[in-house]
Design a protein around this ligand. Structure first.
Ligand code: C2E
Ligand code: MG
Ligand code: MG
Ligand code: MG
Length: 299
């Protein structure tokens, strides 16, 4: 009868609730544990920056490197940013971690300079949370001053979704950063929802086309159409275009035909530790000296 049915429904509801609560509890505990490990990792200096080179589409010269963080856990080994950046972002730890990235990347360029290596552009990734933190401009200025890196050689990468979350606020922040003389790239372009009218208000230098449009560009005419549109938009706004995730020679050729200005991807090199990046810089300098700036260097 109805009473029994109700009784069962309630019992079932309770059981479901209990199950749900246990799940939540477990997830919360895992999060707390990871957060604790992250804090400890910062204290114990377990983070490393790896560097991925970027190349000119026109002549193959090395134009810059992007710094990408890795966590070298004493037991778990090398951990990719996808596994800890989101939590660092949620907990606010990213502000401290991001500042470490900023300083370490700038200091690295100083070391390379002292080793007689050519000065190239250093790009770092900024998270949404960092973009909103009040002292960002001061921190960038401090890192530049401490390392002697010329401001124009520091590039800040901000994802399309981060700037578009609160575009009005972002315009002001980016204008402030730009005033320091740094350059600004919009990262993962095409994966968020850009308001094109805002795009023209941002003081941008580079637009990075997300690798999801690159991976199948030989076969998917829609991807080629999107890249074509993005390149045209970027060039009309005076920005230069970097294609991300270039893995094959065919992709390189196609992206070059479509007007991309620079390339980054496994076809050239994965992100590598600082010592290997220094070797790339050394090779590229030698290559340039030998061949002049016009000839493609196959690193
Ligand atoms: P991202 O900034 O878009 O960086 C590009 C990612 O694509 C890197 O992954 C890089 O290793 C990978 N990649 C490069 N070339 C290729 C390719 O040819 N094929 C494929 N399949 N992948 C390629 P990674 O290093 O795992 O970083 C993932 C994301 O984590 C970054 O995406 C960025 O959003 C974030 N991240 C990394 N380092 C930092 C950091 O220092 N601070 C912040 N806030 N975020 C970071
Ligand atoms: Mg990036
Ligand atoms: Mg990207
Ligand atoms: Mg990404």
């Amino acid at each position: 009868n109805a009473d029994t049915a109700m009784y069962h429904a309630k019992a079932l509801g309770r059981a479901n609730f209990q199950f749900y609560a246990e799940e939540l509890n477990r997830a919360a505990l895992e999060r707390i544990e990871l957060e604790r490990k992250l804090r400890k990792a910062l204290e114990q200096d377990q983070f490393e920056l790896w560097y991925q080179p970027q190349f000119s589409a026109a002549d193959g010269t090395l134009t810059g490197v992007e710094a990408l963080i890795r966590w070298r856990h004493p037991v778990d080994g090398l951990i990719s940013p996808a596994r800890f950046i989101p939590l660092a972002e949620e907990t606010g730890l990213i502000v401290e971690l991001g500042n470490w990235v900023l300083h370490t990347a700038c200091q690295q360029t100083r070391q390379w300079r002292e080793q007689g290596l050519p000065a190239i552009r250093m790009s770092i990734n900024l998270s949404t949370r960092q973009l909103r933190s009040a002292q960002l401009g001061d921190k960038v200025a401090a890192a530049l001053a401490a390392s002697g890196l010329p401001a124009r050689l520091l590039e800040l990468e901000i994802t399309e979704s981060a700037v578009m979350e609160r575009p009005q606020e972002a315009v002001g922040v980016l204008i402030g950063l730009k005033a320091l003389g740094v350059s600004i790239a919009i990262d993962d372009f095409g994966t968020g929802y850009s308001s094109l009218s805002y795009l023209k208000l941002f003081p941008l230098d580079h637009l990075k086309i997300d690798r999801s449009f690159v991976s199948d560009i030989e076969h998917d005419p829609n991807d080629a159409a999107i890249v074509t549109a993005a390149v045209s938009l970027a060039h009309n706004l005076g920005l230069s275009v970097i294609a991300e995730g270039v893995e094959t020679a065919v992709q390189l050729t196609r992206l070059r035909e479509l007007g991309c200005d620079e390339m980054q991807g496994y076809y050239f090199s994965p992100p590598v530790p600082a010592a290997d990046a220094a070797e790339l810089l050394r090779l590229s300098a030698r290559c340039r000296a030998k061949a002049g700036a016009r000839v493609e260097c196959n690193l």
